[in-house]
Design a protein around this ligand. Structure first.
Ligand code: ADP
Ligand code: MG
Length: 701
């Protein structure tokens, strides 16, 4: 059978007409045979086992039992009638119960005749009972040809309304196996099949739909998960390799005076080992003739800024300009001030460009960018505008990538004939496993060590009813000279209400912390940039002790003297957001605190989030929990979630398979980059097909 056959529209399959084809497409995305074949069951009903009533456990499992009905009666109840049958075998008795179709059942059931029943068993009123069992006479049961483990396919209301039941789908898949004689082209090389002891594609497909037993089902699942992850990795790695071959980059082969002078004379602290390692990794990229595309991950406060600065110095040493782009004005400002301070005493020139920079200030910036007098430009999206022209941009650094789309990355890309080196910095730790899949086309560096001397932030959870005590704690800390953040949630869907909460909260804080003893700043998204800036500045300078804010302060803001972070309605924040917010404190020498305020009403997921925050300060650990709670799609936001639209594998649960798939893909592409060797032809074929028919692979950009 040839592979093209699987691209036949599903309407050609026996049992599918135009109407069913349409429903299959709209509900399950099934267009061609291949899609149907790749519609994997969610679970299986195991009918290989027969239970005795005496063996039943109180676990609500689905069981199959042989026995007979000895008695049947209708029981009247406040909420209606039900039909109850006494069902026995040689080990005990139980009840079968019907709430619907009672008349038909009563008329058709045979007493004292052996039946095979199947269904979920409940423990109810001191007795096992099975509502609406599937029933078959033993005499029929023995005659019928059965699949021992029955697949349960994904379904939707519309599918069942249109009569496309699980049985129908199962029949269609069977038909497909009949038409193809169950023979499907192999998609993995003999080497891999042999080394990993994988079963063949045909065997795997058969057993995923109609498992002969549990063991074969497990083998089928393993093989198909491996295959899916293997080809995902193949694409990402191939893209990365191709990129390195094709995209020439500027070669920064010198470590020049600026870098060396800075390192020897201007470094305000000793670099951590992690910072040193990351700088080495970046330097290797910059001198490799290929364009750098690197993601720098480091928890909040891990010291990414200094790495950015030293990377920019490398660019300037080699005669190029550099830019740093941040997602908000506040952040860009802060970077600008911090970096100016670091570079004081060097000859490096540095300017700030944001939306609120005046025209008169802009003009010389544009000029100096074009004639090369300006070395470093720091700013917001304004830097990306077409009218911003560099003489020779050699390096672009993007801070806080999660607020930044791929489109913006590509804008930077086109600022030159040869694309600049790109370093993306993120403080949202992405678990390695996920990063491998999402950013397989980026290289990854991790700062996994905090600068020395940091005291871990103490995090507690308090209920709203304890607010007075919390306020007293705030007063005590302010008396010691510290500053405090109080953050309110601001969620788009409930924006108006959230603003009301924020303003109510602000008013009550103003009442409890009266002037002139206390000065309070407030910052939120509805304020004009200038006002925001002004309020921020007051807090940064220490003129105000309390900063009431929405999550606008989430990213990057650095006020080392702030040592208390209060998060209101903490149950409404996601884990990574809570962690980001907490990262605003703990930047100075003092003991810092994070207080998570909530009402008593908490979902179990919210409880897990709060417990995780109280339990650890480690961003990667938190990211792992987050990934488990929300799944990979949500973590990366909707734009990227399609990327993880996997059919059978689960990036989190199948982590070890992912690692092995990545290893084998890497080996293969290293030893045979263009897949020319005869033993790899099978991989080459399938790979080409995937790209051509982009069924699930439509994320290849
Ligand atoms: P982030 O990774 O969150 O951007 P920053 O670069 O803002 O972190 O650094 C956080 C704070 O730690 C800054 O005040 C910075 O000066 C300080 N810092 C960074 N690296 C070191 C180091 N190696 N030793 C001591 N302090 C450091
Ligand atoms: Mg930062």
């Amino acid at each position: 059978m040839n592979a093209g056959f699987l691209q036949t529209p599903v309407a050609y399959l026996k049992g599918v007409g135009p109407s069913r084809a349409e429903t299959l497409q709209s509900e399950l995305g099934i267009q061609v045979y291949q899609d149907l074949l790749n519609l994997f069951p969610n679970r299986y009903i195991d009918k290989t086992q027969y239970y005795k009533i005496g063996q039943l456990q109180k676990n609500n499992a689905e069981v199959q039992i042989v026995g007979k009905i000895v008695h049947i009666k209708t029981v009247e109840h406040k909420r209606g009638k039900r039909l109850v049958a006494k069902f026995i075998d040689d080990t005990g008795e139980m009840e079968l119960v019907w709430f619907r179709s009672q008349k038909w059942i009563r008329e058709n059931l045979k007493l004292n005749t052996p039946y095979v029943i199947f269904g979920k068993c409940n423990w109810f009123n001191g007795m096992f009972s099975m509502p609406h069992p599937e029933m078959e006479l033993v005499s029929e049961h023995e005659k019928s040809l059965r699949i021992s483990m029955q697949p349960v396919y994904p379904s939707t209301e519309k599918l069942s309304n249109k009569g496309i039941t699980n049985r129908v789908i199962s029949k269609l898949v069977q038909q497909l196996f009949i038409d193809t004689k169950g023979k499907f082209p192999e998609t993995l090389s003999d080497n891999i099949l042999y080394e990993l002891k994988l079963i063949s594609k045909s065997e795997a497909l058969f057993n995923i739909h109609f498992p002969k037993n549990q063991e074969l089902l497990a083998k089928a699942q393993f093989r198909l998960k491996f295959e899916e992850l293997f080809y995902l990795q193949m694409q990402l790695i191939a893209k990365n390799m191709l990129h390195k071959q094709k995209i020439k980059g500027f070669n920064f082969d010198q470590v020049g005076t600026l870098f060396n002078d800075f390192y020897a004379n201007h470094l305000p602290f000793e670099l951590t080992n992690a910072q040193k390692r990351v700088i080495r990794e970046i330097r290797a990229d910059l001198g490799s003739n290929a364009q750098m595309n690197r993601l720098l991950q480091g928890d909040v406060g891990s010291g990414k800024t200094i790495v950015a600065v030293m990377t920019m110095l490398l660019a300037i040493d080699n005669g190029f300009q550099a830019c740093l782009v941040a997602p908000t004005e506040i952040l860009a400002n802060q970077h600008y001030n911090g970096i100016k301070e670091l570079l004081a005493g060097t000859e490096v020139t540095c300017e700030l460009l944001t939306g609120s920079v005046k025209k008169s200030t802009r003009k010389p910036i544009h000029e100096h960018l074009e004639n090369g007098k300006l070395n470093i430009l720091i700013g917001t999206h304004a830097v990306l505008e077409d009218k911003v022209i560099f003489k020779n941009l050699g390096l672009a650094i993007i801070d806080e990538q999660h607020r930044f789309g791929v489109a913006q990355r590509s804008k930077l890309w086109h600022k030159n004939q040869i694309p600049p080196h790109i370093l993306v910095m993120t403080a949202t730790p992405i678990p390695r496993t996920l990063a491998m899949s999402l950013y397989g086309d980026l290289d990854i560096s991790v700062i996994d060590e905090l600068p020395p001397g940091r005291k871990p932030i103490k995090t507690v959870h308090r209920y709203d009813s304890n607010r007075l005590k919390v306020f007293q704690f705030i007063r005590d800390e302010i008396r010691k000279g510290r500053q405090v953040y109080i953050v309110y949630p601001l969620i788009q869907e409930s924006e108006a209400l959230d603003y009301k909460d924020l303003m109510d909260g602000y008013e009550s804080i103003v009442r409890d912390f009266p002037q002139p003893e206390y000065q309070i700043s407030i910052v939120h998204g509805q304020m004009k940039p200038n006002d925001k800036e002004y309020e921020m500045e007051r807090f940064v300078k220490g003129e105000t002790q309390i900063m009431v804010a929405t999550t606008v302060i989430e990213v990057g803001v650095n006020v080392p003297n702030a040592s208390v972070m209060i998060i209101e309605s903490a149950e409404r924040f996601g884990l990574s957001q809570l962690h980001q917010l907490r990262g605003r404190v703990g930047r100075g020498a003092d003991q810092s605190f994070c207080i998570l305020m909530t009402s008593y009403k908490l979902s179990s997921e919210a409880k897990t989030r709060l417990e995780t925050m109280v339990g650890t300060n480690d961003g990667f650990e938190i990211a792992e929990v987050d990934l488990k709670l929300r799944g990979p799609g949500d973590i990366m936001g909707t734009q990227q979630s399609g990327l993880l639209n996997l059919k059978i594998a689960d990036i989190v649960k199948d982590n070890s398979i992912l690692k092995s798939a990545r290893y084998y893909a890497m080996q293969l592409l290293k030893n045979d980059p263009s897949l020319d060797k005869p033993e790899n032809l099978v991989v080459r074929h399938f790979y080409a097909q995937l790209v051509k028919f982009k069924n699930i692979w439509n994320y290849i950009s």
